[in-house]
Design a protein around this ligand. Structure first.
Ligand code: HEC
Ligand code: HEC
Ligand code: HEC
Ligand code: HEC
Ligand code: HEC
Ligand code: HEC
Ligand code: HEC
Ligand code: HEC
Length: 244
């Protein structure tokens, strides 16, 4: 008997699809895939066969007791050795031929410490451009026990931008303390003891009022100049301009 043309075509297409399904089922997918056990036994074998790349801190400790001890008490106690040094299993097996990476470059530490608003409040963050530029971080911080070094006592250590601005201005020769009285406490816990700031026009008048003793300071008529406004409403005190 003879089937109509469209039935034969349909049969051909069905046969091709069926063949494809069978090939995938029996040839492409490995038999182990149809195991009914919870884990495919071959997946475990596959993972175990991968090369080990991390040795773990206990291995490092055997040979580097000193770094281990330093780190275990310090701020970095929860940062693993291999987070910074990279996977080091090969080094632990054969320390003389394989050297691990040591991140001495200044670019490395800001991966965690660069200011980022998304980081938790209180996490120690710095601005890598402004925080002691050019020197590697490890010149001042021990990576295994990063106690911040003693706080420097120059105003410019913390107010670098104001200090740089003033250094190029006509007030370059005036000390910060000519206009601000700052206690030692301010340099240790800045917000708990804020320095004084000038309060009156007369303060600037000490040098700038006509008749004031300072010979280098240009003079203005204190009673009339600038009306009743405070001088720093028009002149930035750290970079005053004559505005000629
Ligand atoms: C079997 C002992 C041993 C183990 C385990 C070991 N190291 Fe070392 N490591 C050494 C020796 C020895 C050197 C010095 C090699 C040299 O000076 O050529 C060294 C050097 C280093 C250095 C210095 C690299 C440099 O550039 O100065 C680092 C970093 C280091 N190891 C990290 C690790 C870490 C991280 C681990 C754990 C994953 C580890 N080591 C495990 C023996 C070991
Ligand atoms: C925060 C990143 C960081 C962590 C965590 C860290 N290291 Fe280091 N490590 C460094 C840097 C940076 C240097 C290079 C120091 C230098 O050259 O002064 C270094 C240097 C070393 C050296 C070379 C000798 C020395 O002290 O300069 C060894 C050995 C070492 N580390 C082992 C370890 C071991 C072991 C651990 C875990 C217990 C560890 N490090 C954890 C960053 C780290
Ligand atoms: C993987 C992330 C990570 C890396 C990389 C890292 N740190 Fe840290 N750092 C931390 C953590 C976490 C703390 C502890 C924060 C805390 O105690 O709240 C810390 C604390 C510090 C502190 C103490 C700040 C304070 O509270 O007074 C300093 C300084 C510091 N790190 C410097 C460095 C330097 C230098 C490097 C590079 C060698 C470095 N860190 C690399 C995570 C990191
Ligand atoms: C010239 C020395 C010097 C260098 C270089 C330096 N620091 Fe510091 N760092 C300090 C001093 C001093 C302090 C404590 C006073 C302060 O907060 O400025 C400090 C404080 C910190 C703190 C704690 C800030 C906080 O809010 O508690 C972190 C984090 C830090 N540094 C990370 C770094 C990183 C990362 C680098 C490299 C990109 C670096 N430092 C380079 C001297 C240095
Ligand atoms: C350890 C870092 C540090 C040092 C050193 C430091 N300051 Fe400050 N200073 C701060 C911080 C932080 C603030 C508060 C800024 C804020 O609240 O916005 C501040 C605020 C000030 C203010 C503003 C007070 C106000 O009421 O707004 C003045 C003025 C000032 N400092 C002057 C000085 C002078 C002068 C010196 C040197 C004798 C000095 N500071 C040294 C960190 C420091
Ligand atoms: C000629 C006097 C004078 C000198 C010198 C001076 N300041 Fe000021 N400073 C002022 C006055 C005035 C204000 C108050 C501005 C205001 O209230 O708007 C001020 C404000 C500040 C503030 C508060 C924040 C701001 O920018 O308004 C800080 C911080 C500060 N000064 C730090 C310093 C430091 C650090 C130095 C030295 C590098 C310094 N000042 C030198 C007069 C001076
Ligand atoms: C309302 C804004 C304003 C106020 C407030 C103000 N000034 Fe001025 N000041 C100016 C302008 C504008 C100039 C430049 C034009 C001129 O010389 O009158 C100037 C110029 C100066 C000069 C330069 C004079 C010269 O010969 O080069 C000094 C010094 C000066 N002011 C100091 C002060 C002092 C001190 C105070 C507070 C007692 C003060 N100014 C308040 C606007 C002000
Ligand atoms: C201890 C003295 C002294 C005090 C206090 C002082 N100045 Fe001056 N100021 C000077 C001297 C000196 C110069 C000129 C330096 C030079 O250019 O030779 C000057 C220059 C200026 C100029 C002119 C800049 C120019 O380029 O023409 C202005 C404006 C000025 N000061 C504003 C102030 C203001 C505002 C205050 C108060 C916050 C103040 N000064 C406090 C000594 C002082």
């Amino acid at each position: 008997m003879k089937f109509p043309e469209q039935v034969r075509r349909l049969a051909a297409v069905t046969a091709v699809v069926l063949a494809a399904v069978l090939v995938v089922r029996f040839v492409v997918i490995p038999a182990s895939y149809f195991s009914t056990k919870l884990h495919r036994a071959n997946a475990v074998k596959r993972e175990v066969a991968r090369p080990v790349s991390f040795a773990g801190v206990l291995a490092c400790r055997e040979c580097h007791e000193e770094q281990f001890d330093a780190k275990s008490h310090g701020y970095h106690k929860n940062v693993a050795c291999e987070t910074c040094h990279g996977p080091s299993a090969k080094h632990a097996d054969d320390p003389m031929t394989v050297k691990p990476y040591a991140p001495r470059d200044r670019k490395f530490c800001p991966v965690c410490h660069a200011y980022d608003a998304a980081r938790p409040t209180g996490f120690p963050q710095i601005n890598p451009t402004a925080h002691n530029p050019l020197k590697p971080c490890i010149t001042c911080h021990n990576p295994h026990d990063p106690v911040p070094p003693e706080v420097p006592h120059e105003c410019s250590a913390c107010h670098a931008q104001i200090a740089r601005t003033k250094a190029l201005s006509s007030h370059a020769l005036l000390e910060c303390t000519t206009c601000h009285t700052a206690s030692e406490q301010h340099k240790v816990a800045p917000r708990s003891a804020l320095p004084t700031k000038p309060q009156t026009r007369e303060f600037c008048g000490q040098c700038h009022a006509s008749g004031a003793a300072n010979p280098d300071a240009p003079k203005v008529d204190l009673a009339a100049h600038g009306g009743a406004y405070l001088c720093w409403q028009c002149h930035y005190p750290h970079q005053p301009e004559g505005m000629e």
